[in-house]
Design a protein around this ligand. Structure first.
Ligand SMILES: Cc1ncc(COP(=O)(O)O)c(CNc2co[nH]c2=O)c1O
Length: 408
């Protein structure tokens, strides 16, 4: 069917049965981290119970099993985002480390005075602070594509800002604050027309919509396992093979080498060149399981379900004229709403709705410069996923109303 059987899916997530003093949990903080289905958790226990061993093909059978499972996990994760080359899929700790890998291994070597890195005003600190500091260390300059009043990227400004001096465009695919989904293929074409690379931050898009890195033509792409039904401790860096081939490693040590003498060393083949030391073996295998889980649910259905909930929440919250929701209109956004209620600080709001079992986030969502642009010191944010329901949106709206009464 075209819709999700949410009641059946919720059976996969025991944590959703939690109660606090008899009040059922209403988990609406999925942009921070998603919940983890039983079969993903079981893949971790199965690894530790049956074939825990260090990888990279130790001679013994247990290591062979662990190595093959870990290597094939790269294939499964690659297929999930549209590449059939495991050489293009590096497992890291998280999106943040994936971005730092390119900023250090490429940026530190290639950037210098006169070079420019073009970001957007809606970047997460994982890319904004990283490129800002690498630019500071190399003498390069960061520029920021502004957003329009209704939370879209100003594409006319983008065309002016991306020039032949631009060496890297780093852009969030789906904003974790505005809900804006950016035209990354168009941005990739503009970047490439000027001889620049493009890095797409997919932390909030891969969990929620079908992603094809080849159709997008991005040079680098990053996302995190814990936001897409996977465990914490594993992230992914996708890179076009020839670019990763040309890049120096980011971290040095065991596993990432081929030959080592006292004088010098040579590197292992891709993607292992970028996976120094003992990698997140169980986590990588579990991330592949999470990809299979989401494929079984159906990413088009996940996307439709989550964005429908965000649309409903937007409409219900803005029915009160003291609520401001940031970002694009209700019917053109990713699966989240960041908002403020006049007279109720976001932290107070999230604390009060928590008394009703509703878990949302309050703060800057690691987008402080964006909040400066929005003229808000903080915002509350509800973010949805495949296991949330319209009744849970109603619980949010009712709890917000309780907060409103308290502060009236
Ligand atoms: C767009 C975006 N980029 C990068 C990251 C960093 O991911 P990590 O390295 O796995 O932490 C996040 C996490 N965003 C959030 C983490 O907590 N609340 C959030 O909105 C994000 O939303």
């Amino acid at each position: 069917s075209e819709t999700l059987d949410v009641a059946a899916l919720r059976e996969d997530f025991p944590v959703l049965d939690r109660e606090f003093d008899g009040t059922p949990l209403v988990y609406l903080d999925n942009a921070a981290t998603s919940q983890t289905p039983k079969r993903v958790v079981e893949s971790i226990t199965d690894y530790y119970y049956r074939y825990n061993a260090n990888v990279h093909r130790g001679i013994h059978s247990l290591s062979q099993e662990a190595s093959i499972a870990y290597e094939e996990a790269h294939d499964t994760v690659g297929e999930f985002v549209g590449t059939d080359r495991r050489e293009e899929i590096v497992f890291t700790k998280n999106t943040t480390e994936s971005m730092n890998t390119v900023a250090y291994a490429w940026g530190l070597n290639e950037l210098g005075p006169g070079d420019e890195v073009v970001l957007t005003e809606m970047e997460h600190h994982a890319s904004l602070v990283t490129w800002q500091q690498i630019a500071r260390r190399t003498g390069a300059e960061c520029k920021y594509i502004p957003i329009t009043d209704d939370g879209y990227l100003d594409m006319e400004a983008a065309r002016d800002l991306i020039t032949d001096d631009t060496e890297m465009v780093s852009v969030v695919h789906a904003s974790n604050t505005l809900g804006t989904v950016n035209p990354v293929r168009e941005l990739a074409d503009i970047a490439h027309d000027h001889g620049s690379y493009i890095f797409v931050d997919g932390a909030q898009s891969v969990p929620h919509q079908p992603v094809d890195v080849k159709a997008m033509d991005c040079d680098f792409f990053a996302f995190s396992g814990h936001k897409m039904c996977g465990p914490t401790g594993v992230g992914v860096l996708y890179g076009k093979e020839h670019l990763l081939e040309e890049m120096d490693p980011y971290l040095y040590g065991g596993m990432m080498i081929s030959k080592v003498t006292f004088e010098d060393s040579s590197w292992h083949e891709l993607p292992w060149k970028f996976e120094a030391g003992t990698p997140p073996i169980a986590q990588g295998i579990a991330l592949a399981e999470a990809c299979d889980y989401l494929d079984d649910v159906g990413m088009e259905r996940v996307h439709r379900h989550s964005t429908d909930l965000a649309r409903y929440a937007h409409e219900e919250l803005t029915a009160s004229d003291d609520v401001e929701v940031y970002g694009p209109p209700a019917d053109d956004r990713g699966p989240l709403v960041a908002f403020n209620v006049d007279g109720v600080h976001a932290h107070d709001l999230s604390s009060i709705v928590n008394d009703y079992g509703v878990a949302i986030r309050a703060g800057d969502h690691c987008t402080q410069p964006l909040h400066d642009v929005l003229g808000a010191t903080a915002s509350a944010r509800a973010s949805f996923y495949l296991y949330n329901t319209r009744e849970e949106v109603d619980a949010l709206v009712d709890a917000v109303d309780e907060a409103r009464q308290l502060f009236a």
